[in-house]
Design a protein around this ligand. Structure first.
Ligand code: GLY
Length: 408
């Protein structure tokens, strides 16, 4: 049995199926296609939208890791590629595929740079390799069967595996692996990086990729989740003894608050780990996280940027809402028929998707999902489009539109 609290869900609205049907989803997807066509005029070839817009307009950035002009880490270029793959799947129009395939080559160049010892230039010394390659070359392989995309994906997984610390059974998020002051920090976002390792496992002769991914997910489940089912954003492990040290935040309100996007990475990530491992603990923990999340939503079902805030006029983070909604759907699909909350999670997913579609869809053709918060205390991307919020919203719509095969 889990030692994490499972709150009862308080909102009665989740007992009913919201009216948001396939044809409603298709209408929103048609709007998304118009936006993407407009964005493509500016973002093509090696020019990607930045992580967040400024006054609801994205600037362009190359496929690089560090933007010195903004002092900003760029872990997000793949989300634009992911959007192109999703829109290709929706429209079957080859133009999106051709553009996304060009990105695969750009991501191959980054890996080649790494192996040519230009490691700084490659900017792959962090765990976001998972986000970067799952949505580009893994998606490419899954949709086109490209052998080169598969090869690049496996090269990326090999790099990600270098961040595994066996004593602590985690992948270190950022920073030098040899620096005593940096070693041993995992973050909840990594739940969406480890699918690259599960993917690589399918082509590997031994179980090491699987073990790294599974062990990391188990460690996250054990230490990042607090007993009340809220989550730390980051958690520090002793890399010599393997013992837990302390939790802290990077992007949340405070060390002891619950950053909404972090909770959402958990709600989506643990059911994905379940899909690969069939370890039921991941579903139990995802339920605890989901119920905590659902009980702290404002009236319109779209969370504030940290769950310490529950007011109706609070600062929303729609990216967290979209990620959590995907997790609720994945969770609902994975739960057995007799689970009393199975339908409720599906209803909650639809309620969030409907609200995002009706209230937060971009209106200036420059981005897809309004009202994201990237990094509140860093004063970066507040009440803006976020390219990953845009991506996850489109993924959510595709999951509601058809039986969609995840890139994760
Ligand atoms: N993975 C970083 C973020 O969610 O902002």
């Amino acid at each position: 049995m889990s030692n994490v609290n499972l709150e009862q869900i308080k909102r009665s609205e989740f007992s009913d199926l919201p009216k948001f049907e396939k044809q409603d989803v298709a209408k929103v997807l048609d709007e998304v296609v118009k936006i993407v066509d407009h964005m493509l005029l500016k973002f093509h070839g090696d020019c990607f939208p930045r992580a967040c817009s400024k006054d609801y307009v994205y600037d362009g950035v190359g496929n690089l890791h560090w933007d010195a002009s903004n002092n900003e880490s760029i872990w997000t270029t793949s989300f634009w590629t992911g959007i192109l793959w999703l829109v290709y799947e929706y429209t079957q129009d080859e133009k999106y595929k051709l553009e996304a395939q060009k990105h695969s080559e750009s991501f191959r160049t980054r890996i080649d740079n790494y192996y040519n010892k230009d490691e700084e230039e490659a900017g792959l010394n962090h765990h976001d390799i998972g986000f970067l390659y799952s949505l580009t070359t893994v998606a490419d392989y899954k949709l086109t069967g490209s052998k080169r995309a598969l090869e690049t994906s496996l090269m990326a997984a090999k790099l990600l595996a270098k961040r595994y610390i066996p004593q602590a059974k985690i992948l270190q998020a950022w920073g030098d692996m040899n620096d005593e002051n940096q070693r041993g920090r995992m973050i909840i976002d990594c739940n969406l990086n480890i699918p690259l390792l599960y993917f690589a496992d399918q082509f590997s002769k031994d179980d090491s990729y699987y073990e790294m991914a599974y062990n990391h997910a188990k460690s996250a489940s054990q230490y990042i989740i607090r007993p009340d089912a809220s989550t730390f954003h980051t958690f520090h492990m002793d890399t010599i003894t393997g013992k837990p040290r302390f939790g802290s935040t990077h992007q949340g309100y405070s060390d002891d608050s619950c950053w909404a996007r972090g909770q959402a990475w958990g709600i989506m990530g643990f059911p994905i780990s379940y899909s690969y491992t069939k370890d039921k603990e991941f579903l139990e923990k995802a339920k605890c996280l989901a119920n905590y999340f659902l009980n702290r939503l404002p009236k319109d079902f779209v969370c504030n940027w940290d769950l310490i805030f529950t007011a109706d006029d609070g600062q929303r983070d729609t990216s967290a809402a979209a990620i959590a909604a995907i997790g609720l759907l994945e969770l609902s699909n994975a739960l057995p028929k007799e689970d009393k909350d199975k339908e409720l999670y599906k209803n909650a997913c639809l309620a969030i998707a409907k609200s995002l579609s009706e209230k937060y869809l971009g209106t200036n053709l420059e981005g897809i999902l309004k009202s994201g918060v990237y990094f509140y205390h860093g004063n970066l991307g507040i009440e803006e489009y976020l390219i990953f919020g845009d991506y996850f919203f489109v993924e959510l719509l595709m999951r509601l539109y058809k039986d969609w095969n995840p890139y994760w």
